[in-house]
Write a new protein. Sequence first.
Length: 405
Amino acid sequence: MWSRRRFLEGISTLPLVGGILGSGALLTGAEQARNVAANVGRDYFKELGIRPFINAAGTFTDMTASLMVPEAMEAIDYAADHFVMLSELHDAVGQRIASLVQADAAMVTTGAASAMTLGTAGVLTGTDRQKVMLLPNLVDMKTEVIIQKAHRFGYDHAVRNCGVRLVEVETVPELERAVTWHTAMMLFYNNNNLVGQIPDVEFVRLGKKHGIPTFNDAAADVPPVENLWKYTKMGFDLVCFSGGKGLRGPQSAGLLLGRKDLIAAARLNAPPNGDAIGRGMKVNKEEMLGMLAALEAYLKKDHAAERREFDSRAETIKQSATAVPGVEAEIFVPEVANHVPHVRLSWDPAKVGVQPEDVIRLLRDGEPSIRVRPGSEVVVGVWMMRPGEDKIVARRLREVFERKS
Ligand SMILES: *Cc1c(COP(=O)(O)O)cnc(C)c1O
């Protein structure tokens, strides 16, 4: 929650602000404070007819992904009350973040997707302001980005926003043949490191050999915390992370890390510059500080203790579900992205009497509402639950399987 108290204090020390700036009615500070107080405790979602739910899925954008840590909310609340120069804040926060994650340079973006667009833009334009204005029209710029076929994914659209063409390759010789005077960048999808034929270290080596910048999209790949420096140290020129997934910063924030010259070029393609491809990707002071505070909190946290808590939640859910005859549960941890415990439930619908889609629907429509991962099987993600919610999910799963409600 935003700190209303601080807002109210601020208001009460400025008795005539409402009177001077208010629309029409001349309100005293006290009157204005009363108006704000009337909003305290308002149930906005209820008013709007929106039903919140227990997140038993994970950091899905359509489910609003993650809840910010209190440190991020505090920083947002602090920032909201001041004016600063946006570029100065970008510089200072970028430097602080770079030192925290041992990168040469860093910038806060509006999510990993915007980091991909701005990073690509920086690679294409360098610090040429004329080119910044022209993008996505690639006049006098390189036009191609090499990617392994097995690394194509929906988010590569964020790179294609810059007008470049993706050139697909599968093997090392193919990649080397694909490098031409038109090659701007080489894009890597971290989650598919083991799927493509060219693994990360080899990909970086090839980039350096041919003098082509490499970009690694590791958006969903913390935990483990070491990933925040692993890939820049490996030699990727640019690496991005989502701010609102495992880091639990603002959902509209992300990190672009990497080479100083490329981050400086990416910055030129972003606000406060108005004539740039990234103008619609504005990070204001609130998200900037919120992101920094969330990152600091993430680096300080006891990761082993957190993992034990996630393991225990998964076990609670497994025990409860498998107490129903015929229901089986398997705990698994995805290799790269979303590297935290999940519980996959399986059963014979003919014996247990419900289909997976029934379970998903009954959980969603029940009290409280619970959302598991979307899909044709029932998979529970435990890391975005609030403390204690694992027990509620465990109980509800059992009730649903036993068809009590
Ligand atoms: C979530 C995700 C993105 C987009 O991240 P945002 O922070 O929501 O912009 C990009 N790439 C991958 C692999 C992702 O998982």
